[in-house]
Ligand binder design. Structure first.
Ligand code: GDP
Ligand code: GDP
Length: 435
């Protein structure tokens, strides 16, 4: 399970510049593949082969000056609760402000690792000026310049150092972990409560060993799965903006901790940009996906047939359209189990492994009939294909000139795989390698 790194600190210290430096370039490729515009406040970082999710908390403050300090305090508290590692950013050109002191005070009380990042150290002279930040009582300083990149290597070293080597899960790994995510008020907690019913009181809460994640095990009607505790099940913030921030933090966390994401929509609203963002994050994390359209009872069925509605959703999430869409009503208890059953099926699809012989027997002739377009007089050849032994489907196409295989052909191969093998609801990775 991935770690979540939150960037905290008062405005203008350079949080979003640092965020962009850590996430830039990598995500652009994925955006293109997923065909979505991404929320710029969370993304993926990678260093020495270790991946983590990173959140820029500054993207969520819109309060007036009066409520500013209060709001930042709240967000820092939420960020500390919901993330695994904190980057507390200060600005060397400004020294220590009252707000820095306030954030430091909350950070010192947290049991999570806090890395104190002194930003805008653009030259050597400023390293001396940075030493005053030792007085914040947070230990080592990481002096960086987000603008020119100096010091960010050492910071990234320190971040991945804090990522646990291998998390020992107390849960049984073969039982799917399902997270119900979506915007506030779509019906997530109603759904979970309706499913768990009275049993809510007797199921055991298992705290994750390294952090305080709660997975609730549920066993009924022949199904056995974990529900990842998500938004709506805990106290929400007071200020309106906090709710959005809290909801985003919870969602990111839930996606990190599950195998399959149930993305719940309100039938009256359909698929909106925030939903596409959640979908992007789920794809980016290689999670299985089920889209659940809840409050189906509230829709006039004459004008909106299931088929039309489903088509409209799939159109919005193109090109990844091989996703199940289930229409539920918690109010009328319709298709709630169907939603869970589908999530379990998707979890199984995610574990599908196609034997190498089968893969080659099927795909090589198809590729021969539909060869990749030759580029600059060069003939592209696929030699053989194999699916990696991984937690999610990754196919490696060994070929002569991997750099010339382009997105449309990659998509053709993906669609061919989907046509012959059941990967419904599961993002597929395809990679071309030199042979
Ligand atoms: P945020 O409000 O904390 O997210 O801060 P921003 O990332 O928006 O940065 C605030 C200002 O500081 C912008 O004008 C940035 O260009 C500038 N800035 C960010 N990092 C650095 C840095 O390393 N050196 C210098 N000199 N300026 C920086
Ligand atoms: P959450 O914030 O996503 O957890 O949403 P809640 O579970 O708190 O539900 C928000 C509101 O939607 C509540 O008033 C629910 O009673 C209502 N609601 C939930 N499911 C349905 C449904 O299937 N149909 C209708 N009409 N209302 C629903």
């Amino acid at each position: 399970m991935g770690s979540i790194v939150a960037i905290i600190g008062r405005p203008n210290v350079g949080k979003s510049t640092l965020f962009n430096r850590i996430t830039e370039t990598r995500d652009a490729i994925v955006d293109e593949v997923a065909g979505v515009t991404r929320d710029r406040h969370y993304g993926k970082g990678e260093w020495n082969g270790k991946e983590f999710t990173i959140i820029d908390t500054g993207g969520y403050s819109f309060g007036s000056d009066d409520e500013f300090e209060e709001e930042i305090r709240n967000q820092v508290k939420i960020a500390i609760d919901e993330s695994d590692i904190l980057l507390f950013v200060v600005d060397v050109t400004m020294g220590i402000t009252d707000l820095d002191d306030a954030v430091a005070e909350i950070s010192r009380r947290s049991k999570k690792p806090v890395l104190l990042v002194v930003n805008k150290v653009d030259n050597h002279q400023r390293i001396n000026e940075a030493s005053i930040f030792y007085s914040l009582g947070l230990g080592e300083l990481y002096c960086i310049s987000s603008i020119n990149g100096s010091g960010t290597g050492e910071l990234l070293d320190a971040i991945v150092e804090e990522i646990p080597k291998e998390e020992v899960l107390e849960e049984e790994p073969d039982i799917p972990r399902i997270a119900v995510v979506g915007r506030p008020n779509v019906g997530k907690s109603s759904f979970v409560n309706a499913l768990l019913g009275k049993e809510r009181n007797i199921v055991t809460n298992i705290a994750g060993t390294t952090r305080d994640t709660i997975h609730t095990r549920y066993r009924a009607f022949g199904h056995d799965f974990y529900l990842v505790d998500t938004a709506g099940l805990r106290k929400k913030g007071k200020v309106k903006d906090d709710i959005e921030f809290y909801s985003v933090m919870r969602t990111v966390r839930a996606i990190e901790k599950c195998d399959v994401v149930i993305l719940m929509l309100d039938a009256k609203d359909g698929m909106e940009s925030q939903d596409v963002n959640i979908l992007w994050l789920a794809i980016r994390n290689h999670r299985g996906i089920v889209i659940v359209v809840n409050k189906w009872d509230s829709i006039e069925k004459d004008t909106h047939t299931t088929k039309d509605y489903e088509d409209a959703i799939l159109e919005k999430i193109a090109p990844f359209k091989d996703v199940p869409v289930i229409f539920t009503s918690v109010l009328e208890k319709q298709r709630l189990l169907k939603a869970i059953e589908t999530a379990v099926t998707v979890s199984n699809n995610r574990k599908n492994r196609v034997p190498t012989s089968k893969l080659n027997e099927l795909l090589l002739p198809i590729i021969l009939d539909n060869p990749p377009p030759s580029t600059k007089g060069k003939y592209l050849k696929v030699k053989y294909i194999t699916q990696l032994k991984a937690d999610y489907p990754v196919f490696i196409f060994f070929c002569n000139m991997p750099q010339y295989f382009k997105e449309p052909y990659r998509r053709f191969l993906e669609n061919t795989i989907r046509k012959h093998f059941d990967f419904n609801g599961v993002p597929i990775m395809i990679s071309f390698r030199q042979k």
